[in-house]
Design a protein around this ligand. Sequence first.
Ligand SMILES: [Zn+2]
Ligand SMILES: [Zn+2]
Length: 213
Amino acid sequence: MDALHLPRLFETIIAHACQIVPELSHIDPTRIFVGVRKLAPRRLGQTVGLLHIKKRGLFCPAPKTIIVNEREIFYVVTLSARLVSHKHASVDALETVMHELWHIGPECDGKIRAARHGKKFNETVRTLCNTYLDRGGTRICSIDHNARVRIRHLRGHTLCERTTTLARLLPTIHTYTCPNGHLVTRPRRISRPSSCATCSKKFHPDFLLRPIV
Ligand SMILES: [Zn+2]
Ligand SMILES: [Zn+2]
């Protein structure tokens, strides 16, 4: 079976949303580069405006333009591959996409919208999602972890693209337990002997953490 092209999947949804949601009609989807990759566990998406990158509090033009399909790119939207994992069903992929689109400036000129994260931002995102679904938009599918997927992202101005399995793109969480049954989770494997901080503030060999398999 062919690998599922995740960036194209999101591109289709973004193009559809910009067409049917009036609040997103200012966005020209051909100005957006959509990347999908493994992101840090807490990060679901990221939007960078390319014409006005903030440096030391000042806005200045991006040093070099990025051309994709003969169009100059104004925004790079990077989404976490875990958005399509059924194991992370609590994560609403559609909300993440709408969230990133709402960061795009009202002129779609490479600037980021002057709106801070918070209650109002999240309310707007929810409204965008509802409008999109009411007008015939569909939720983003979730796929099996063994499925082969095509992903890509920009490293500087270089396009990195590869095929892998979804499982390899999911955040890993390592779980450990101490002799008293306390559970400890870590984003990385523990490399040296560690003891349970609940049982003893200082390292103590009686309370060693052991991995749960
Ligand atoms: Zn955001
Ligand atoms: Zn303990």
